[in-house]
Design a protein around this ligand. Structure first.
Ligand SMILES: [Fe+2]
Length: 331
């Protein structure tokens, strides 16, 4: 394919050997891929941060940072971890492959490079990257939609973002695994997405809701779960969305779950949600000081609403934590 037709995908070729670099670049350019080059590991890192790279071909043996180290650094950073990495090596030893896998490499190629093998692997990993990007786009749309709900009410500005941060900090304190901490981050942003289906005159009603209006409002948990259910990457978030209004005594909604039946991630989000609501300004009152907010929440624990042990852990987090927002920190 002539280069002018342009295949989708920008490929980084990092090799300190100029002849190798030019050879791989020529093979890829002849197929219509756009190639950017780096002559060492440092340049490679700058390229992946500055350019929209879709795939990185890294020579393993480069002056430090080596290809292994560049790969590891890329896979560590959230912004670059989804870029597929192929390690180019002439060493071909099991130890190097194992080291490469430990560094997060997606594939390997032996030098001298076999043209057909190179193109087959590049093609397959770029397809994978395309799927990841599409998924990423779907998530971005959901997060944007969730923010439109927040934008309707000036008093809740920044609420979801703070909730996300508090919940992840609490999840870390409780030793939750990475996938549940990711779910908490997402859940903080998106737990009320079902409110998209709640009419504004109910959503923004200043006074108390009628029983019929309350029924409609409560549907936001189930509707939100339905909106996010098709996304496989959101499977751990669904429990948060559905159950963030359950109460420990079973008087919550939508399922009237009790005690430990309420998923742990939902119990975490409830605590951070109420704390943030109490410590920020509302139309009917100013932000409460930190200690007053905790006193109210302890009363609610006694009433059978929230999980007291999680509230204790959250207090410890907040007391050792830089406040996310100055208003109502009370200190
Ligand atoms: Fe909610």
């Amino acid at each position: 394919m002539p280069a002018s037709e342009g295949r989708e995908g920008i490929i980084l070729v990092a090799d300190d050997n100029e002849a190798n670099r030019e050879l791989v670049t020529a093979l890829l350019s002849a197929e219509g891929y756009q190639v950017v080059c780096a002559a060492n590991g440092q340049q490679a890192l700058a390229r992946v941060e500055g350019d929209s790279i879709d795939l990185a071909l890294l020579d393993v043996v480069m002056p430090r940072p080596t290809g292994f180290e560049v790969c590891q650094a890329m896979k560590f950073k959230p912004e670059t971890r989804l870029i597929p990495v192929i390690l180019l090596t002439s060493l071909n030893s099991d130890a190097d492959r194992i080291h490469g896998i430990m560094c997060g490499a997606d594939d390997f190629l032996n030098k001298p490079v076999n043209k057909q093998e190179l193109l087959a692997r590049v093609h397959s990993l770029l397809r994978l990257k395309q799927f990841t990007d599409e998924l990423d786009n779907a998530e971005t749309v959901l997060f944007s939609l969730a923010l439109t709900i927040e934008a309707k009410d000036p008093y809740t500005e920044g609420h979801c973002d703070r909730l996300s941060k508090y919940s992840v900090a609490l999840g870390e304190k409780l030793g939750l695994p990475q996938d549940l901490r990711v779910a908490l981050r997402r859940g903080g942003l998106i737990h009320d997405i079902g409110k998209l289906a709640v009419p504004e005159h109910i959503l923004l009603k200043p006074g108390p809701l009628t029983p019929e209006e309350r029924k409609i409002m409560e549907q936001h948990t189930v509707i939100g779960e339905g909106i996010c259910a098709p996304l496989r990457s959101f499977r751990h978030v669904l429990a948060i969305i559905r159950h963030h209004h359950e109460k420990q005594d079973g008087s919550g909604y939508p399922d009237g779950l009790k005690g430990a039946q309420v998923p742990l991630t939902a119990r975490i989000l409830q605590i951070t949600d109420i704390y943030d609501a109490l410590t920020t300004d509302r139309p009917y009152r100013k932000a409460l000081p930190q200690e007053k907010a905790f006193a109210i929440m302890r009363e609610e624990v006694k009433r059978g609403w929230w999980d007291g042990s999680i509230l204790d852990e959250f207090e410890a987090v907040v007391h050792g934590y830089e406040p996310v927002h100055p208003a109502g920190s009370g200190s």
